[in-house]
Design a protein around this ligand. Sequence first.
Ligand SMILES: [Zn+2]
Ligand SMILES: [Zn+2]
Length: 262
Amino acid sequence: MELPRYEVYALRYATVARKPQENFIAADPHEGPATMDYFVWAILGQGETIVVDTGFTAAAAERRGRQFLRCPVQALGTLGVDAQAVRDVIITHLHYDHAGNLDKFPAARFHLQEAEVAFATGPCMCEPFLRHAYDVEDVVQMVRHVYAGRVAFHRGDVELRPGISLHRIGGHTDGLQVVRVHTERGWVVLASDATHYAENFKRRSPFPIVYHVGDMLRGYDRLRMLADSDAHIVPGHDPMVLRNYPAWRPGNAEIVALHAPG
Ligand SMILES: [Zn+2]
Ligand SMILES: [Zn+2]
């Protein structure tokens, strides 16, 4: 049987200007400013919609000094996805920019790596450096969803559907997972924070928010094994994503089609 081919979209919902030394452990300080964009992703096909990550709220943007462009749920609505009705949400990891807005998905099961929940609720969170990118309210909310039977725990590599699989990479956080999707142009990998920018994996220069540098470097090799080419690896925060892929609709360059041959 031939594998299903899914549509995959990146939806930008926020942005912030940063210095390059904030994006690479070993940065050249002479480089210019480096924008960081924030995305959620949606996988469509076989009569269903799977959302990947839920973004942050306007209040979180305000607290952290990010420029909030639109609510991720509103961006999904533009694409025709009703958050109220979504049944499966993959959370790549529990950082505040990936796991807010959970209450806006009342029908969803949340797919997470066991290691991510253990990491975000365990002794590492006593360290300010490791907990800074988590919002305790998101984590507590997810624990409530565990008790409500709404979390699907995964361990390592898992096939979620024919043509959609989850892969634990770790590195950035202990339980970070990436999503591999079969599309008309082959295997696309939503790398999330396994590589914030394409430059991180291409220069093998990790992003400085990191739990395990060795796992992050090995993760770059995993990404390349999982994706059909470097152009099939979709970084988690790279403004190039909006430039490299075709707009979903003419006039809406904030949503791009990752499955379409560029
Ligand atoms: Zn992160
Ligand atoms: Zn992130």
